[in-house]
Design a protein around this ligand. Sequence first.
Ligand SMILES: [Zn+2]
Ligand SMILES: [Zn+2]
Length: 570
Amino acid sequence: MRKIEKIRHSLAHILAYAVQKLYPGAKFGIGPAIENGFYYDFELPRKINQEELPKIEETMRKLIEEGIVFKKKIIKKEEAEKIFKDQHYKLELIKEIEGESVSIYESGEFIDLCAGPHVKSTKEINPEAFKLVKIAGAYWRGDEKNPMLTRIYGIAFETKEELEDYLKKEAEAEKRDHRVLGQRLELFLFDEEVGAGLPIWTPKGTILRKIIQDYLYEELKNTGYFWIITPHIGNSNLWKTSGHWELYRENMYSPIKIDEEEYLIKPMNCPFHVKIFKSKIRSYKDLPIKYAELGTVYRYERSGTLHGLTRVRGFTQDDAHIFCTPDQLSVEVEKLLKHGIKILKTFGFKEFNIYLATKPEKFAGTEKMWKKAMNVLKYALNKQKLNYQVDPGGGVFYGPKIDIKIKDCLGREWQCTTIQVDFNLPERFDLNFIDKKGKKQRVIMIHRALLGSIERFVGVLIEHYGGALPLWLSPEQIWIVPVATRHLKYAKEIKESLQLSGFRVQLKDEKETVSKKIREGEIQKIPYILVVGDKEEKSRSVRVRERKKGDIGEMKIEKLIEKLKIENKV
Ligand SMILES: [Zn+2]
Ligand SMILES: [Zn+2]
């Protein structure tokens, strides 16, 4: 175990020790090290809140400075049961441990049931490099039927600098939280009455989606895709043939009965695309055939895992399926890699991590097919000179895949592009093409999404840009603020000429002060705010405020349009 993990886990014990001192009668659950820190679950004699954390922290600091030694002992179970006779959670754990004896750790007056390892003494812990950050409710052993315990979270590092770095990054991430910004910028909302994990897109959010969709529409149309539209529900027989009913059911919603038949809400678009492919006899000359759809799918996600737009129950994939001959697979995968990266770069992402996921334990197809497809994927990655990491066993059951994850401005990874080879559906639906010799051959199918889902991608965009979307993606690009009512006519003229040039413009003619409107525009992260008064009207110009830069001076309207057109180019 790494030293930092030992420190974090040891701090969990020290936290419990402090709680034992401050809240006599507390019952102890478990206290593991986690990413960046630790937690401990308690049943406390009374409810506590965030304000009490500094006091607990102080007590911990004093204990650390005492240089408490962690002593491991192996004892008989009966003896342990005596030590923990008032700790029913520990007694429950002791019962489940195999064998005759258990291991305990003594640190000062606190004893815990624990396998370790720990630091030798708290002298190895920097008292300035940890912090208690959060109190949350957590069911004992994560089971809703069990009592709710109080979980105290801490973060911990080896040095004070690392802790400060981490806190700074967290604060920055919090400022960029798309759930907060999405509300403030009026892009989308969630509503309890509508249901968890089901985003509603407001007018501004819908414009943003439309911009992304229009861009994809043109981009794909020009690269040999056919756009299609398929239903949101399908007969259960379809999902039985596709294998979803058998292998994916825990992610699907309960069937709907229509005319004595059962229908299922689609968790994926694939079977519908397959049907279009199968509706005709296909010759090798027709291949590859590429169907694209902005397909809205619904999948069950546990309520605890839902998170803003990045984890939802209903979302729209920028989905496509490519049907090709075995010989074409390599070229098609190469094209997809190139295309995926090009599109992600257009949205302003510069760094990518690429993963090649290999065969999982349960798989469709033969070893030979997998090996061949893996070689094709590797070949395509190498040919594009792309560095990648292997994700062993991370493939989907139906075939190997390549995932491209983007790195945002805070260095966080987000899954976007996925390219998946499928040996399964062509078998299940008996998908063929007629080869050069006039013989039937099994077609190869590739599933791919470039952005992933529109919802998650919008969430990532908001966080990456902190809400200040590039001009071409901003739902409202320009606000015009007239100084007084007498400038309204001129302001309208300006608005029209900007609209004629294709910009999204709002005229802010509400009865508010100019400074208030400017402040509001800054909060809304509007890229350009144009102020027009007597002087501007006289010289047929505008006073330009650029986002982040502030007032950049007066500009003739023609010159401004020229500047904006350059910036607005995709
Ligand atoms: Zn321990
Ligand atoms: Zn698919």
